[in-house]
Design a protein around this ligand. Structure first.
Ligand code: THU
Length: 134
């Protein structure tokens, strides 16, 4: 295993652990995310659902907002873990937020059985609307 694979393994493990804290009583779809900053710090998140449904926050956005609210800037990779055979990608809203703060970062998708896929944000989110238009 290369050093880079190893660091993704650690990021996936962090996302998997965060998933254990998911508050998903309505969908029972539990998701964990882990965001690696350029500094090396890792910020995790899980999905947090709400009885109104619409106020639900995805794991990815929880991880990003935790990091931003603690003053961190600049991110290199995010791992997303769910218990699905077809690996769970970030939703559209999360892609917009990930692009804002992480740019063309690596997105590592994984399930509980060790299946892993890697994408760049630019592949998942082509032609984004961002600060360059303002
Ligand atoms: N969800 C995430 O947390 N991240 C994703 O990448 C996909 C969807 C959550 C939102 C909701 O709590 C549940 O999964 C079902 O959509």
């Amino acid at each position: 295993m290369s050093e880079q694979d190893n660091s993704y393994a650690a990021l996936i493990a962090a996302a998997r652990a965060a998933r254990e804290h998911a508050h998903a009583p309505y969908s029972n779809f539990r998701v964990g995310a882990a965001l690696r900053a350029k500094s090396g710090r890792v910020f995790t998140g899980c999905n947090v659902e709400n009885a109104t449904y619409g106020l639900t926050l995805c794991a990815e956005r929880v991880a990003v907002f935790k990091a931003i609210s603690e003053g961190e800037r600049g991110f290199v990779a995010v791992a997303v873990v769910a218990d699905t055979d077809s690996l769970t990608p970030p939703c559209g809203a999360c892609r917009q937020i990930l692009w804002e703060f992480c740019g063309d970062a690596e997105v590592v998708l994984a399930n509980l059985n060790g299946k892993i896929e890697r994408y760049r944000m630019s592949a998942l989110f082509p032609k984004p609307f961002d600060h360059s238009f303002l």
